[in-house]
Design a protein around this ligand. Structure first.
Ligand SMILES: *Cc1c(COP(=O)(O)O)cnc(C)c1O
Ligand code: SF4
Length: 334
């Protein structure tokens, strides 16, 4: 067996690993000993939202198991092509909350930057399959429109880097942004939402760590893991390195049918995350986006799962069960 690789030290190691991602469903299934399933992958679903999975994430899937919870998050299925009433294109009302190029200001004190449209992985349940990112990213505008919108509003004390996945940008590009934000006196916190430390832990390299360690604000990194199996030795090392910069680590998961919709799966996720130094933050009900209905867990069942978690785990390991409701002043507790 090949031992888990240490964090790569070459500056562009993670970008090479990202470029080597699997994009062909046949290759993905072949790597898992499931080549006989390839004929069932609908071309139209792949055309609508491409398959993209880093190889180290595939290595964490169970060989020969078509129901693997990591595979289900990335494999295009026929169900995506069904049109289901209530599942639309802008499920979270983002189109109505623009405050500037790539800036969404929906909640008091917090401005969310759609930093980039890129991600290291394409998650089938994601709202991103429809959002018009190409014209909307803050990085595409050289950050200046976004920073101007933040500088013009002294009520904004927290800047949230989101996307897409902000850590899919080069560290140099992120440093450009934080260089500009340093001059905005009312910014007091930086938050980064990213799936990269989990799906492509190679991203947590020396350059990223140096940038994070040098920021003038308290930093929260919210990673997005949906299943305990997403953690392995390389992810543990990435989390430890992130914590070493002084950042607080939180996890946000989406409740997904067939992935983590059992008390055992959710409890394992919370406990495994904590073992890696990550506290649970939110458990999100799915945004009702076209093509994702087969991932939905009903509210009654979601509440029952959450109540069972409360009964089983210490309070600090229980995420808040929430949903995003357009027009609300915060995420809504279920
Ligand atoms: C979810 C979200 C936030 C952050 O909300 P928290 O409850 O602070 O995690 C901020 N802005 C937008 C637009 C969001 O969708
Ligand atoms: S935004 Fe997050 S959930 Fe959506 S595809 Fe990118 S990494 Fe996956």
């Amino acid at each position: 067996m090949i031992p888990a690789a240490p964090l790569p030290m070459q500056p562009r190691g993670w970008q090479q690993a990202w470029r080597a991602s699997v994009r062909d469903p046949r290759e993905l299934l072949g790597l898992l000993g499931l080549e006989h399933e390839a004929a069932a992958v609908p071309e139209a679903a792949v055309a609508a939202f491409a398959l993209r999975v880093p190889r180290s994430f595939i290595a964490r899937m169970r060989h020969g198991d078509r129901h693997d919870p990591l595979l289900r998050q990335v494999l295009p299925l026929d169900e995506e092509l069904r049109s289901v009433p209530g599942f639309g294109l802008d499920a979270v009302g983002d189109a109505a909350a623009k405050a500037g190029r790539g800036v969404i200001h929906k909640y008091e004190g917090r401005a969310l930057l759609v930093a980039t449209g890129s991600c290291a992985v394409n998650c089938r349940y994601c709202f991103r399959r429809h959002f018009p990112y190409a014209e909307e990213t803050a990085a595409a505008g050289g950050w200046t429109g976004a920073v101007a919108a933040i500088a013009a509003d002294p009520t904004i004390t927290e800047v949230i880097l989101s996307g897409g996945d902000p850590l899919s940008l080069a560290t140099r590009k992120l440093a450009e942004l934080t260089g500009l934000l340093r001059d905005v006196p009312h910014v007091r916190r930086l938050r980064i939402h990213s799936r990269l430390p989990v799906v492509l832990p190679e991203r947590v390299d020396d350059e990223l760590l140096a940038w994070l360690g040098d920021l003038p604000w308290p930093v929260a990194v919210v990673v997005h893991a949906n299943h305990a199996n997403e953690f392995d030795a390389a992810v543990d090392a990435a989390m430890a390195a992130l914590r070493g910069t002084g950042a607080s680590l939180l996890n946000q998961a989406v409740l997904l049918a067939g992935v983590n919709d059992s008390v055992d799966a959710l409890a394992d996720l919370c406990e495994r995350g904590f073992a890696a130094g990550v506290l649970p933050y939110y458990l999100h009900q799915l945004d009702r986006v076209a093509g994702t209905a087969h991932f939905e867990v009903g509210d009654d069942r979601a509440r029952a799962l959450h109540a069972a978690l409360v009964a089983r785990l210490p309070g600090y390991l229980v995420p808040r069960l929430v949903r995003e409701v357009p027009g609300d002043a915060s995420k809504r507790a279920l």
